[in-house]
Design a protein around this ligand. Structure first.
Ligand code: PGA
Length: 251
């Protein structure tokens, strides 16, 4: 199956207004290669401005970094699916390891967030990945299987079309240490097999599985050329226009 590549930039809690605008303008003025789709996930406060700069072009889409599971109500400081949708988001990240770790987001809550997104016609970029001790003790496939099982497997096959998976080993996030292309491929293949067993081969073949964790210009080509690696979720290197552009032009 010939899946296109997706290169998503997760800006996390970085960039003040002018820098966010400058970076977006820089990316919009560049050409996006055929077969590559770019997604930008700026902070909530930048969604309006970044979204406006993306208007009128089709290769860069907008994502929120998080969303609340409830439709609306008394949740001071939180942001709903309806709100991000009204600013042009087609995606939200769900289950990033930083949210799991620092905000105690459970498998069950992540399942609810996915449901809220899908109900409103948005897609979820669902992140999974194991910590270093699990990588070391060898149970990393079981660990990731559990994450997928508990937050995703309540969906029916038709809903899977609105899911992008991102495998982000925690030991490789922001550390400069990247999973080797072989380590990434091993996990991505495992995930695709799991999806195939549950939802059938066609759904598994259509699913995009991104790799995240210190993706940079120097390793993007090797990672993205693995059979089951369909692009990347990029943190640090997405903040620098030149680096992000060269990842987008990884070939
Ligand atoms: P990194 O972050 O590229 O800075 O390692 C990736 C992520 O957390 O999505």
């Amino acid at each position: 199956m010939n899946r296109n590549k997706i290169v998503a930039g997760n800006w996390k809690m970085n960039l003040a207004k002018n820098d966010a605008i400058k970076l977006t303008e820089d990316l919009v003025s560049d050409s996006i290669p055929e077969g590559v789709k770019v997604i930008l996930a700026p902070s909530f406060v930048h969604l309006d401005r970044v979204g406006k700069l993306l208007e009128g072009q089709s290769s860069i889409s907008l994502a929120a970094q998080n969303v609340h599971a409830a439709e609306k109500g008394a949740y001071t400081g939180e942001i709903s699916v309806d709100m991000i949708k009204s600013y042009g988001c087609s995606y939200a990240l769900v289950g990033h390891s930083e949210r799991r770790a620092y905000f105690n987001e459970s498998h069950e809550l992540l399942a609810q967030k996915i449901d809220a997104l899908l109900k409103n016609g948005l897609s979820a970029i669902f992140c999974v990945g194991e910590p270093l001790e699990i990588r070391k003790d060898g149970s990393y496939k079981e660990y990731v299987s559990q994450q997928i099982n508990d937050s995703l497997f309540h969906l029916d096959a038709s809903q899977l079309d609105a899911i992008i998976l991102a495998y982000e080993p925690i030991w490789a996030i922001g550390t400069g240490e990247t999973a080797s292309p072989e380590q990434a491929q091993e996990m991505h293949q495992h995930i695709r097999e799991m999806i195939s067993e549950k939802y059938g081969e066609a759904k598994a073949e259509a699913l995009h599985i991104l790799y995240g964790g210190s993706v940079k210009p120097a390793n993007a080509t090797d990672l993205f050329s693995q059979a089951d690696v369909d692009g990347g979720l990029v943190g640090g290197a997405s903040l620098k226009a030149e680096d992000f552009k060269s990842i987008i032009h990884y070939k």
